[in-house]
Design a protein. Structure first.
Lengths: 110, 112
């Protein structure tokens, strides 16, 4: 499983766009990239998953450059309720072992 | 809304006692995971099952932890005997593999 590196923490203000970048230099050809969000006292929640280029859903966008050695989770116009820990994971397509790193603690201020 | 259900939500016990945590995965999901979360270690993968068969339990202390799936609707995690260092939040998650998991609300365990 490829190791991931994310910033430990980030601060933002309400209404801003937040971009969290994850490095995964050893990503393999069969690996996908997944992001989770975790609020205090809750389990992690799946946000978005992608393999290459750009993926967008109602919550976020995921940008993956051609070399796939990094990815960026983009949260448009964050609100106070987006304060959470965000995890980047890399795993094999069709695989099962799902390992979480330390995550990025995002704090959104008013 | 389908969800993963974990019981109990909170458990306080004394060192040496047996602790059993239960998880009802989302109906139809074929993969079940157990995680432990602490401030120091973050989210640790303890064990996971596919189609009720254990695939990997290398993250568990074997001498005191055991995980089973008696049937497709129930997964259990047992600690015997419990120790203060086992205090943590234990999460169960289910899915079809491929990295997309659905987590329960967790069991907050305190071992005194």
């Amino acid at each position: 499983l490829a190791k991931t590196t994310q910033p430990i923490s980030m601060d933002s203000y309400e209404g801003q766009e937040v971009n969290i970048t994850c490095s995964h230099n050893n990503i393999a050809t069969n690996d996908y990239i997944t992001w989770y969000q975790q609020f205090p006292s809750q389990g992690p929640r799946f946000i978005i998953q992608g393999y290459k280029t750009k993926v967008t859903n109602e919550v976020a966008s995921l940008f993956i450059p051609a070399d796939r050695k990094s990815s960026t989770l983009s949260l448009p116009r964050v609100s106070l309720s987006d304060t959470a820990v965000y995890y980047c994971l890399v795993g094999e397509v069709g695989g099962f072992k799902t390992i979480f790193g330390a995550g990025t603690r995002l704090f959104v201020k008013a | 809304d389908a969800r993963v259900t974990q019981t109990p939500r909170h458990k306080v016990t004394e060192m040496g006692q047996e602790v059993t945590m239960r998880c009802q995965p989302i109906l139809g999901h074929n993969t079940v995971f157990w995680y432990r979360q602490t401030m120091m270690q973050g989210l640790e993968l303890l064990a996971y099952f596919r189609n009720r068969a254990p695939l990997d339990d290398s993250g568990m202390p074997k001498d005191r932890f055991s995980a089973e799936m008696p049937d497709a609707t129930l997964a259990t995690l047992k600690i015997q005997p419990s120790e203060p260092r086992d205090s943590a939040v234990y999460f169960c998650a289910s899915g079809f593999g491929g990295g997309k998991l659905f987590f329960g609300s967790g069991t907050q365990l305190s071992v005194l």
